[in-house]
Design a protein around this ligand. Structure first.
Ligand code: DC
Length: 236
C-alpha cells in the first residue's frame, strides 16, 4: 500500500512533544507532521508572539515588566498561523503581521520565560491550542502539551539533551540566521530558561508520567524521525 494511502486509513491521533528549550523539538515535530500529513503547531511561537507584543508596547524590557498591563491588554493579541508553501511550515502572525523572524531573536528568548509564567497568558494560549487539536491529526510541541493542553494525547514524547549540546545547536542556528552573539550568552539563556520553565508555579515543564523520554544528544534527525514514526503508527 502506498505510504499516503496507509496514512489516510489510520486513525488520527494527537502527538505531544515536550522538553527543554533547544532540544530540536520543532525540527522533529515539523518533519513528523509532514510525513503523517498532520498539522504542526509550535506553541513556543505563541508565547514568543505575546512576548513580542509586550516588547513592542514597552511592557517588558531590560529592568521592567508591567505584567498587570499585559494581562489587561491580552484581548488585543490575536495569534494565527499561515502555511508558507516555500518554507514548508506555518509561520506565526500577530494581529495580521508576520513576525516569524522577529520572535526568534535572543531578545525575545530572554523575555519569553517570565511572560510564560503568567497564568492569564497561559490560559488564553492553552484554550487556542486545545481548539486547534479538536479534530486530532496534530503534532504540537511545547512544555505542557502532554501534561496540561492534551493530557489524553495518544502519544507523548519528552525530549532531552545536555544544556551544552542544546546551546551549541542554538548558537549555530542563530549565527546562520545572522544574529551576532556569543556561545556563552546562548548557554546562559538556555540554562536560565530551563530553570524558569521548570520551576514556575503554573504548568511547569515536567515529564508526563506516560511520556516516552528521548535523549537526542547523540541521535541524528533521521534516527529520531524513524523512532517517532514507528511509535505514531503503533498508536494510530
Ligand atoms: O519552544 P520555545 O523555546 O520557542 O519556547 C519559548 C518559551 O515559551 C519557553 O522558554 C517557555 C515557553 N513555553 C511554555 O511555557 N509553554 C509552551 N507550551 C511552549 C513554550
Amino acid at each position: 500500500m502506498a505510504e499516503d494511502v496507509k496514512n489516510a486509513t489510520m486513525k488520527k491521533i494527537i502527538i505531544a512533544i515536550d522538553g527543554f528549550s533547544s532540544t530540536g523539538k520543532s525540527t522533529i515535530a515539523k518533519q513528523l507532521a509532514k510525513q503523517l500529513n498532520y498539522i504542526y503547531v509550535d506553541t513556543g511561537a505563541m508565547y514568543r508572539a505575546v512576548t513580542y507584543f509586550a516588547m513592542t508596547n514597552k511592557l517588558i524590557g531590560e529592568d521592567f515588566f508591567y505584567s498587570e498591563q499585559l494581562i489587561e491588554r491580552l484581548n488585543e493579541i490575536h495569534i494565527s498561523f499561515k502555511f508558507n508553501e516555500s518554507l514548508g511550515f506555518a509561520e506565526v502572525y500577530l494581529n495580521g503581521e508576520n513576525i516569524e523572524k522577529e520572535i526568534r531573536s535572543l531578545e525575545v528568548s530572554r523575555y519569553v520565560s517570565p511572560v510564560a509564567t503568567i497564568s492569564e497568558v497561559r490560559q488564553k494560549l492553552v484554550e487556542q491550542q486545545q481548539l486547534m487539536g479538536k479534530d486530532k491529526g496534530i503534532v504540537m510541541d511545547g512544555r505542557d502539551i502532554g501534561t496540561v493542553v492534551f493530557p489524553h494525547a495518544e502519544l507523548k514524547i519528552f525530549m532531552t539533551a545536555s544544556a551544552e549540546t542544546r546551546a551549541q545547536r542554538r548558537y549555530k542556528e542563530l549565527l546562520e540566521r545572522g544574529h551576532n552573539l556569543s556561545y556563552d550568552e546562548v548557554l546562559e539563556n538556555v540554562t536560565t530558561r530551563d530553570r524558569i520553565d521548570s520551576t514556575r508555579e503554573d504548568s511547569p515543564l515536567v515529564k508526563a508520567d506516560d511520556a516516552i523520554e528521548i535523549d537526542n544528544s547523540d541521535l541524528t534527525i533521521e534516527e529520531q524521525i524513524e523512532t517517532l514514526l514507528k511509535l505514531a503508527k503503533s498508536k494510530a
